[in-house]
Ligand binder design. Structure first.
Ligand code: SF4
Length: 345
């Protein structure tokens, strides 16, 4: 697609399709860079359906409608509202970005790429989203959906997640991004990847850009995009106690920067858990780990020891909304275990 004319026809086909078929998400109805940063932060590791149907985006915007309210908010409230989305550094970075925009720019984020890129948690993709969706500037965006479309359009047979491939896709995105309607074009190419050029069953007959698709012409769609072979996850065991007494649940603060501000069920050792009844067991994944989480019902003596842990605290155990923010595995474990165990009085 070398010539200028071909690119114009390609963009027209794509944006024409999007004008007719594009979905009307809440963040597409605004030019507010704050609202766009919130939506992009939530969508980085989470499906649109989760963010919308489970009310994360609307709740957040009602509680923190602008940079100032988020900048001034208590971190515990920020994490609680993010609870269930995981990757809590996204919420912390969002608040740090809000504090910078509030304090340094009096709630007006400048429309320059360097400033946007300097905000915590804002990488090249998010900066492109803010610059194009909020300020309508021709800055490319490349996410997983866009990579899939571009890798098929350009019949890229090598793995797509290597440094040369990533460079290739950013360069290609830059040459294709529409100079006159970048907001529309970037929304269109993302949505094409999300709804038409899907991984398992691309709808090529109804694709608005099929005539520019080299993978389709060469019969390569089933093998593109390819990814590097990931090493198998490291398996680990985690043992925790469900400590409910007199209507209160015992929780411990998380350690480390990534989970700071969150709470968890108290850990118990292999030896401590040896003779305890098991309440539930399930697996979850985090980064490169596959964790087997087992929840035990502790003995009275064990409860005394666990309650003496530094930072351990009793919380009224009624509605989940009243508990502090918990990592998703512990929330799930609490829900399962609470159905199986009587309160100790
Ligand atoms: Fe994707 Fe098919 Fe369109 Fe090619 S023709 S971009 S594979 S949907």
């Amino acid at each position: 697609m070398a010539s200028h004319r071909k690119k114009i026809v390609f963009r027209d086909a794509l944006t024409g399709w999007f004008r007719a078929e594009g979905r009307d998400y809440p963040w597409r109805k605004t030019r507010d860079p704050y609202a766009i940063l919130v939506s992009e932060s939530m969508l980085q590791q989470t499906r649109i359906a989760t963010v919308l149907q489970r009310g994360y985006y609307s709740r957040w915007m009602e509680t923190f409608p602008d940079w100032g309210t988020l900048a001034r908010a208590d971190e515990a409230q920020v994490l609680k509202l993010w609870e269930g989305l995981g990757y809590y550094n996204r919420a912390r970075n969002l608040q740090k970005a809000a504090q910078i925009v509030h304090e340094r720019f009096a709630d007006n984020l400048p429309d320059d790429l360097e400033t946007v890129l300097s905000l915590p948690g804002v990488g090249r993709y998010t900066a492109g989203a803010i610059m194009s969706f909020a300020f309508d500037q021709p800055i490319p965006i490349v996410d997983g959906n866009v990579v899939r479309v571009l890798s098929r359009l350009s019949a890229w047979r090598d793995p797509v997640d290597t440094p040369p491939a990533i460079r290739h896709f950013w360069e290609l995105a830059e040459t294709l991004t529409c100079l006159t309607e970048p907001r529309l074009y970037n929304s269109a190419i993302m949505e094409l990847g999300q709804r038409v050029c899907t991984l398992a069953s691309p709808d090529c007959p109804n694709c608005p850009v099929k005539k520019w698709c080299d993978a389709q012409k060469q019969g390569l769609i089933p093998e593109i995009p390819r990814k590097k072979i990931a090493p198998p996850p490291t398996r680990i065991d985690e043992k925790v106690a469900f400590v409910l007494k007199n209507g209160k649940i015992l929780l411990c603060p998380e350690n480390g920067n990534r989970r700071k501000g969150l709470w968890r069920m108290p850990s118990i050792s292999e030896a401590e858990s040896a003779d305890l009844p098991e309440l539930c067991c399930f697996e979850y994944s985090i980064t490169r780990y596959r964790v087997t989480l087992t929840v035990f019902q502790p003995s009275a003596g064990c409860i005394v020891d666990l309650a003496a842990n530094s930072g351990a605290k009793w919380f009224p155990f009624g509605a989940y909304a009243d508990l502090p923010a918990l990592g998703s595995p512990y929330r799930k474990a609490l829900e399962i275990a609470s159905n199986q165990k009587e309160d100790i009085r």
